[in-house]
Design a binder for this molecule. Structure first.
Ligand SMILES: C[S@@+](CC[C@H](N)C(=O)[O-])C[C@H]1O[C@@H](n2cnc3c(N)ncnc32)[C@H](O)[C@@H]1O
Length: 404
């Protein structure tokens, strides 16, 4: 299951922790040559393809696809690099309204069990708030929350999928808050949902001020990954992932970037194209940075030592890992308004930071590809984000590591 939902629910399984051996265990990896150790081979092909398969289509006619665990919702609420910034953007928008906050009809699309942004809008003076939630359980909890907090006169919870819902009496919202953003920004169906909301739910859909966030983005950079270097075939067959990315906590030092990040997906909510969906093809050439490789080697050495590898083994493996590419890491960035943005990794360098979103790493070769400073990774990003909410997005990245 590739979405943020699945990732959050499986946080323990999917983060770097499996590498850290129990106190009494010493991991000694076999001295196996890495892929691409043959220096005469100057181009090494890499590729991965996957789909946001647990989107709507996996539930047939039920349309109940989104069902985060309560702990996942709580992680979102507690995300200090996200939630206070959304509140700031909501306040900015309410206070900039000509008729004042009280004049504003707000839509919280995908409100969750805490009716989080609906409550923040009401608390900060919005005149009327509608909150839509597809999950029956979350909608019920949202109703309870709103009642408990005494906002049930101002906030109306509408249960169901937004594409099936209209606001009462033909009303439309002055602005819509929609945090339906995945770790690959488009993977939770934001594009199709916003395209529909354009037509029916918002007064001035082509105005960026009608949307919080006003645009959602995905950044990418080639990455080295400890476990890919530690667990090699035949002991571990990475091709069995079938392109399904590994997901990391954005603070996980087991993944390090090899170059500056590049924007590979950029969806403006005010400008969602009307007919074709986003079939985005981008060719990118990343140049691998010597400075990054040196820093990464130091960091990997610490990681391997924490994982109780003997000193010499940790040194050998950190050099091998630092000089290798496992795939292209991806993570989201949200532009909330002209002055507020939310980053899941540090911007612009892609450094580690705390976030409830994850860094997504498709493993793009059976074994890590050996590289050195100045080598290049030339890939084509082919992201297909349908206009039909019932169809999951699909992602393909392929190209070559070009060694000098
Ligand atoms: C990522 S959670 C965000 C919850 C809350 N707004 C927050 O930011 O903490 C997204 C929520 O949106 C709901 N959702 C996603 N797409 C939706 C849609 N098109 N219509 C209704 N609910 C949707 C999901 O069920 C989920 O509860």
């Amino acid at each position: 299951m590739p979405t943020r939902r699945a990732a959050l629910e499986q946080l323990q399984k999917l983060t770097f922790t499996p590498f850290v051996a129990p106190a009494a265990t010493i991991l000694i990896p076999p001295p196996v040559a890495l892929a691409g150790d043959d220096e005469s081979n100057s181009m090494v092909p890499i590729s991965a393809a996957w789909s946001a398969a647990d989107g709507l289509n996996s539930l047939g006619s039920e349309k109940k696809f989104v069902s985060f665990e309560k702990s996942a919702y709580q992680a979102m609420v507690n995300d200090q690099s996200r939630t206070p910034l959304f509140e700031q953007a909501i306040i900015n928008r309410l206070n900039s309204a000509e008729g004042g906050p009280e004049s504003q009809v707000v839509l919280d699309l995908g409100t969750g069990p805490f009716a989080l942004f609906a409550v923040l809008a009401a608390k900060n003076g919005a005149g009327k708030v509608f909150a839509i939630e597809a999950s029956e359980e979350a909608a019920e909890a949202a109703r309870d929350t709103v009642k408990k907090l005494g906002y049930d006169d101002k906030i109306t919870i509408l249960e169901g999928f937004s594409t099936d819902i209209s606001l009462p009496d033909g009303m439309k919202a002055d602005f819509c808050v929609a945090e339906i953003v995945g770790s690959v920004a488009s993977e939770e169906g934001a594009y199709a949902t916003i395209l529909d909301a354009h037509k029916r739910l918002v007064k001035n859909p082509n105005d960026p001020k009608s949307w919080i966030p006003s645009r959602i983005q995905t950044y990418a950079a080639p990455a080295s990954y400890t476990l890919h270097n530690l667990f090699l075939p035949p002991a571990f067959d990475w091709t069995k992932l079938n392109g399904e990315p590994v997901r990391f906590n954005c603070r996980d030092e087991g993944l390090q970037l090899l170059s500056d990040p590049v924007l590979v997906e950029d969806i403006s909510f005010a400008n969602v194209e009307k007919d074709s969906g986003t079939s985005t093809k981008r060719e990118v050439v990343f140049s691998l940075s010597g400075d990054r490789i040196q820093k990464n080697i130091k960091s990997f050495n610490e990681e391997f030592k924490r994982g109780r590898l003997p000193k010499e083994e940790a040194e050998r493996l950190s050099i091998a890992t630092g000089n290798s590419v496992s795939g292209i890491a991806l993570w989201p960035r949200l532009i909330l308004d002209d002055s507020v943005e939310v980053n899941s990794r540090h911007y612009p360098d892609g450094g580690h930071q705390k976030s409830h979103w994850q860094t997504v790493l498709p493993i793009m070769a059976a074994t890590p590809v050996t590289v050195t400073a100045g080598d290049q990774v030339a890939v084509s990003f082919d992201f297909n984000v349908p206009i039909n909410v019932m169809k999951p997005a699909s992602y393909k990245i392929d190209g070559n590591v070009i060694r000098r």
